[in-house]
Design a protein around this ligand. Sequence first.
Ligand code: FVH
Length: 297
Amino acid sequence: MATIQGITFIGIGNMGLASVQALVKANTPVTIWNRTTSSPKVQSAIAAGATRAPSLSAAISANSLIIICLLDYPTIASLFSPLPSSTFTNKTIINLTNGTPRQSTTMQTFFKQERQASSYFDGAIMVTPQMVGTPHSMLFISGEDSPSFQSISNTLMPIGKPEYLGPDITSASRFDLAALSAMYGMFAGGMTGMGLLKRGPGSPKIGQTVKEQIVPIVGALVEYLGLLAEAWDGERWGDSMGNPMGMQVQGVRNIVTACREEGVDGGVLEVLRRQMEGVVESFGADSGLAGLGVLLL
Ligand code: FVH
C-alpha cells in the first residue's frame, strides 16, 4: 500500500480551512488552492502551515492525493474542465462537496473516464466546521473498492472518521442528503413551532423554553425514525406502533389550523398533513406513519 506524503486541498472555505488546520496539526504537508487568494481563510491556512500553490494546475501537480471541498458540483466542473487530461494522470481525487447522487456519477465519469484519474471517491463531511478534527467528526466515502479506500483512510482521519459505504459512487451523497433531509425537516417543523410560541402573550423570549421543554421531547423521538425505517422495510403499513394515523393527522391538522389562526406560516406542515390524509385514505385510520413511504416512491 503506497504511503501518502502530502495532500492538495482545493477550496478554502469554512470546511476547507477547518480541514486543512486539522491535517497540518497531524503533520500532513498540505498544498492549498482557493479562487480568492486574498481571503482571510487562505491567510489562516497559510499561518497554520499550509503552502499556497500559484495556480490550480500547480496545486494538482504538487501531490497525488487531491481533496476537493467547494460550494457545489457546477463549481468543480467549471474549474476542472478546462485543464488538460494529463493533469489528472495518477491522481486520487476525494470530493467532499455536497451534491446529488446523479452529480456524483457524472463527476466519477468526468475524472475517471474523461480525465484518466487513477481513483475517484465521492464523499461528504457530516459535521460543522467547528466540529472538524474532533472525535465527533465523521465522513461518508463511496467509490472504488475497499483496499483503495484503506489507502486513503488514515489520511482523512485527522478531518474526521471516514465511513466507507462501498463501491457504488452514489452512496455517500445519498446518505449525506438523507441525514440532511431529516435535519432540515426537524428544523422546518421546529421553526414553525417556535412561531406559535412567539405568538404567545407578550411576544415572549423563547430560547430558554425551547432548550428546556421542547428539545428534550424532540431528542427522545429521534430513535423513532429507525423504527419507521424497519416498518417500511417490512411493508408493515398497518403497524401504528400505538400511534394510529387517524389520531396523528388530527394533531397535524390542529397545528396547521393554529398557524392560520395565529398568523404563522404553517406551509411546511400543510404538505405533511396532505400526505398523512393520503395514508388514511389508502390504509385506514389505524395505519402507521411508515405508510408515508408508499406515497413517497
Ligand atoms: N459549513 C457547513 O456547516 C457544512 C458542513 C457539512 C458540509 N457542507 C458542505 O461543504 C462544502 C463546502 O462548504 P463550506 O462551508 O466550506 O462553504 P464556503 O465557506 O461557502 O466555501 C465555499 C468554497 O467554494 C469556493 N467557491 C464558491 N464558488 C466558486 C466559484 N465559482 N469558483 C471557484 N471557487 C468557488 C469558495 O471560494 P472563495 O469564495 O473563497 O473564492 C470556497 O472555497 C459545501 O458543499 C457544503 O454544502 C458544509
